[in-house]
Design a protein around this ligand. Structure first.
Ligand code: FAD
Length: 245
């Protein structure tokens, strides 16, 4: 993995080419990489992001698109603190400084049955993994469990519906189901966070699956002992904790 030296050694200047709203509160930024940049990544990796000219400390963002989508990277984020707030103010055309992709938490082709678990923006790298596997035509079985607060906040809904049509098990749930799912249509799907019971019910035997979990530590810590008790092997946990929330 290498990056061409641009403004600072080991970094590239990428240009914001598209900004879209995901769910109710999140943004998806697409950044074009310089043509000459040798910038490659594995699904699951993240990059340090800096806003040139700002005093704000860099933050890590997971690459939300698959490596087959070479030439541009996508990041998904919500308003959280100062850097995320500044990223929200971008309007397109700005330059953003990216470090080289890093992280060992990456999708392994040999995981023939992968259970992917997240809540909130933790779904970003899982989206990269799902798209990677589909675009590569991998025979792997994938089951994605993703919960968010309200139906309207669910991220990548349309894409996940398409993935479901292509054979991915997509299991969505919301913890505050009162909001509308579609105009005039209330949520009638599962309620509550991702639980071990829900995973067992949908997947069945867990002793042969690899479990990828990403995002805030609370959900990960809540699920791990139960998944282990339900048969997931110690060496089958693939975990990326972003923080303690
Ligand atoms: C490996 C890694 C990958 C990451 N990938 C992403 C990503 O793809 N998308 C993303 O939105 N964030 C991601 N984060 C978190 C991100 O780096 C920032 O912390 C976040 O965007 C807020 O940055 P900030 O400077 O605005 O505020 P900070 O000062 O960093 O955070 C403000 C508060 O928000 C909380 N917080 C930070 N991120 C989240 C979140 N995603 N969900 C809920 N609470 C949060 C923090 O714990 C803190 O209390 C990742 C973190 C790591 C370590």
């Amino acid at each position: 993995m290498t990056t061409e030296t641009m403004d600072r050694p080991g970094t590239v200047a990428a240009v914001v080419s598209r900004i879209s709203t995901e769910g109710e509160d999140a943004r998806l930024l697409r950044l074009e990489l310089p043509e000459a940049a040798a910038f490659s990544w594995r699904p699951g990796q993240f990059v340090p992001v800096t806003l040139p000219g700002s005093e704000l400390a860099p933050r890590h963002y997971s690459i939300a698109n698959p490596p087959q989508d070479a030439g541009a990277v996508e990041f998904l984020f919500e308003r959280r603190g100062p850097l995320a707030e500044a990223l929200f103010r971008l309007s397109g055309g700005e330059s953003v400084e990216l470090g080289a992709p890093v992280g060992k938490w990456t999708f392994r082709d040999e995981d023939r049955h992968a259970v992917l678990v997240s809540s909130g923006t933790g779904v970003a790298p899982l989206r990269a993994m799902v798209r990677y596997a589909l675009e590569k035509g991998l025979p792997n079985k994938l089951d994605l469990f993703y919960s968010d607060r309200t139906p309207g906040r669910l991220l990548f809904r349309r894409e996940l519906e398409e993935a479901a049509e292509r054979g991915v098990g997509v299991h969505l749930s919301v913890t505050e189901p009162e909001g509308l799912w579609e105009e005039g249509q209330f949520w009638d799907g599962p309620r509550g966070p991702v639980t071990v019971e829900r995973i067992r019910e949908a997947v069945g035997e867990l002793s042969g699956v690899a479990v990828y979990m990403c995002g805030g530590g609370k959900l990960i810590d809540a699920l791990r002992p139960g998944l282990k008790a339900a048969g997931v092997q110690d060496d089958a946990f693939r975990v990326e904790k972003w923080g303690d929330y």
